[in-house]
Design a protein around this ligand. Structure first.
Ligand SMILES: [Zn+2]
Length: 106
């Protein structure tokens, strides 16, 4: 088996580096729509956040998405994202557990 580098990304809220699959991607589409991207493949500028509600709240408080996405993010959008975030959190955790762990421990 060939060693594989695990891609790491930084959480915009707590600034911790984490393997990509531990993070939830928030994307600003070319149309300017801000949404949660569980597939990690939607086009646009992305920001990564730990799959934890506490980090979402931190991002909201520190306006981390504004900086990461380089666009104003209104309170409405934060509220909508927060609701979505709570919804996808379970799905995200379930998906993570279903994915066979093929990462090498390096
Ligand atoms: Zn975090």
């Amino acid at each position: 088996m060939k060693p594989r580098k695990i891609p790491q990304r930084k959480c915009v809220a707590c600034q911790e580096m984490m393997p990509k699959k531990e993070l939830i991607r928030i994307v600003r589409s070319p149309q300017g729509d801000i949404q949660i991207d569980l597939t990690g493949k939607k086009p646009g500028r992305g920001a990564y956040l730990c799959g934890k509600t506490s980090c979402f709240k931190l991002a909201k408080k520190s306006k981390a998405f504004e900086r990461a996405l380089k666009t104003p993010v209104s309170a409405d959008i934060y509220d909508r994202l927060e609701a979505d975030f709570i919804k996808v959190e379970d799905e995200f955790i379930a998906n993570k557990e279903n994915v066979p762990d093929d990462d090498d421990d390096e």
